[in-house]
Design a protein around this ligand. Structure first.
Ligand SMILES: Cc1ncc(COP(=O)(O)OP(=O)(O)O)c(N)n1
Ligand code: 3NM
Ligand code: MG
Length: 552
């Protein structure tokens, strides 16, 4: 997204950051706080002093969209995504989906007033954002409430027509907007149709028209006007014009090819409100909110909800991954650890094969889980290899983990990571990766194992069971060390270090609780045929498993 300040020329160059900052008026300075508002400021400060954390808070006054793409539901999601609390006053209940609006039930004026009083008198929101205001009576009650309970800023999205073209607030509302609401607003965010309606139906066909519309709407009274040019034809860029009474700013971004745009206006206005509640200036609130909405639209360009032409987007940017996860990926199970293939690019290079060919061969040979352990790779190469290997593993329903690098795991959406005692702590990794990713940790003692369990790991890698050349200066814990860790563990354990066809029986036939399998590097990858070595090792493991079962 690019932005330009243009007091004179429309296409001037971007202005210097600090200069731009200094000429943008801080919305908080623009409001004269009356005594009640000052009292509220003091209450806010007091709650901070008492050790309680006051969270930024937006109150949205809008209509409910049963399809949850727009209206109150979009406001709630946008504020949640921006880390801001959102309370709600519902002005109308619409029966709505991706095809259009099938019905509207307007809430009685008095009851809107009652909701406003409940929230404003007790919860003291920082910012009020308005959406669908279906009757002049509701506008009147809102304005009266805002005079009684002052807030730091008022964001007005002058909703009149839904994305589907259905009327949500008729022309009768325009006088109330012009005479009562807009003069109280810190920012008003009309699209082209709404800007035109507010100005008596003048045509708006160019950025120049948008600029003069912004100026004319500013004359009505709001402190800032954002005219949204998304519907402007003949432009590959989407251009929005912000006017603060002195300067014009153009926000340009390339159009996102998606039909999932239902609720964009509501979401933009509520995320502007959220940024204002967090203390931003109007300029930065608009800039940040636009970037957020554009990112969410881009992320959601291909999601499918409903059969209509205008689908909702995913405010929290979670659905796409979850859809993939739910379809293609299953939860981790201890038996996945049976034959754990850990890659080593130096070994693969030595044998003249790519990492992905090596991973494919290991899976075909019977590896049940794969870890990409690339100690020398550049980040780019690591990520590319990770993406390719993830595809191979997913298509075989084999979990795919990344060694050490949580950034790579996030970037390729791997199934999880493996960390050591001096890598990213499990608790931190869990908070970054969320509840569904697999986290494994190397443990050499029962104390390590106990902590791994408490911190939320999924499995333990225990070694070195035997001496190894693959990992420098590795402490060998031996079969006894492995046994102690397994017995002291609440988590499944995979043995690692120097394990191959000659000694895998001694490991697996320990027959201790929690020991689920072996992790192997050189015995698979420092060999001519990864496929054959994996097959043979898998057979040997299965023989040991059968032998242990017979013993019991
Ligand atoms: C399954 C498994 N177990 C142990 C390790 C070793 O991890 P770490 O101690 O972090 O050492 P490096 O692999 O990072 O050198 C592992 N990678 N996998
Ligand atoms: C990566 C790693 N971790 C170890 C530990 O003890 O935690 S031993 C090891 C190297 C394992 O390679 P190989 O199978 O070639 O011995
Ligand atoms: Mg490590």
């Amino acid at each position: 997204m690019g932005y330009y300040c243009c007091s004179q020329a429309l296409h001037s160059t971007p202005i210097h950051h600090q200069f731009r900052h200094s000429i943008v008026r801080d919305f908080r300075k623009s409001r004269v706080l009356n005594s009640k508002a000052m009292q509220r400021e003091e209450e806010r400060n007091h709650s901070a002093a008492s050790g309680k954390v006051r969270v930024p808070h937006v109150l949205t006054v809008a209509g409910s969209d049963s399809g949850a793409g727009a209206g109150i539901q979009a406001d709630l999601k946008a504020c949640a995504a921006r880390g801001v609390y959102c309370s709600t006053v519902i002005t109308a209940v619409t029966a709505q989906n991706t095809l259009g609006v099938q019905g509207v039930n307007v809430v009685a004026d008095d009851f809107v007033g009652e909701q406003l009083k409940s929230v404003l008198s007790d919860m003291h929101p920082d910012v009020v954002k308005t959406g669908m205001l279906p009757s002049p009576g509701i506008v009147k009650i809102l304005c009266r409430s805002l005079k009684e309970f002052q807030v730091r800023a008022l964001v007005v999205d002058p909703v009149m027509v839904s994305t589907s073209g259905d009327v949500l607030a008729g022309p009768i509302i325009l006088d109330s907007f012009r005479e009562e609401l807009l003069p109280m607003a810190d920012i008003v965010t009309p699209n082209l149709r709404e800007a035109s309606a507010l100005l008596g139906g003048i045509p708006l066909e160019s950025v120049a028209d948008m600029r003069s519309a912004a100026k004319s709407i500013h004359d009505i009274g709001p402190r800032n006007v954002l005219v949204k040019g998304g519907d402007l034809p003949a432009s590959s860029d989407a251009v929005d014009v912000l006017f603060d009474g002195k300067d014009f700013y153009e926000f340009r971004s390339s159009r996102i090819k998606t039909s999932n745009t239902h609720g964009t206006g509501c979401s933009l206005a509520s995320s502007i409100a959220a940024e204002l509640a967090r203390g931003s200036s109007v300029f930065f609130a608009v800039k940040t909110a636009k970037r957020y909405v554009e990112t969410a639209l881009d992320y959601s360009r291909d999601i499918l909800i409903g059969g209509g032409s205008q689908g909702p987007f995913d405010h929290l940017m979670k659905l796409k991954n979850n859809a993939v996860n739910l379809q293609a990926r299953r939860p981790f199970e201890p038996r996945d650890l049976l034959l754990y293939a850990v890659t080593d690019s130096r070994m693969n290079k030595r044998w003249g094969r790519s990492i992905s060919d090596a991973v494919k061969a290991a899976i075909e040979g019977g590896a049940t889980i794969v870890q990409l352990r690339e100690k020398d790779a550049d980040t780019r190469d690591f990520l590319e290899a990770a993406k390719t290997c993830l595809e191979i593993c997913s298509s075989h329903n084999v979990p795919f983990l990344i060694n050490d690098r949580i950034d790579i795991a996030l970037a390729c959406d791997a199934d999880g990571i493996h960390v050591g005692q001096s890598d990213m702590p499990v608790r931190v990794a869990r908070s970054i990766l969320g509840p569904d990713k697999i986290i494994g940790i190397s443990c050499k003692t029962p104390q390590h194992a106990e902590k791994a369990w408490i911190d939320g790991a999924d499995y333990i890698g225990c070694g070195g069971v035997f001496p190894t050349n693959t990992k420098e200066n590795n402490i060998t814990v031996g079969l006894d060390g492995l046994r102690t860790v397994c017995i002291g563990s609440n988590l499944p354990v995979v043995a690692i270090g120097g394990i191959g066809i000659s000694n895998v029986g001694r490991v697996m036939e320990l027959g201790v609780p929690n020991l689920e399998g072996v992790a192997v590097v050189s015995a698979l990858f420092d060999r001519e045929s990864v496929l054959n070595e994996t097959r043979v090792l898998r057979e040997a493991i299965m023989d040991s498993v059968r032998a242990v079962k017979q013993r019991i």
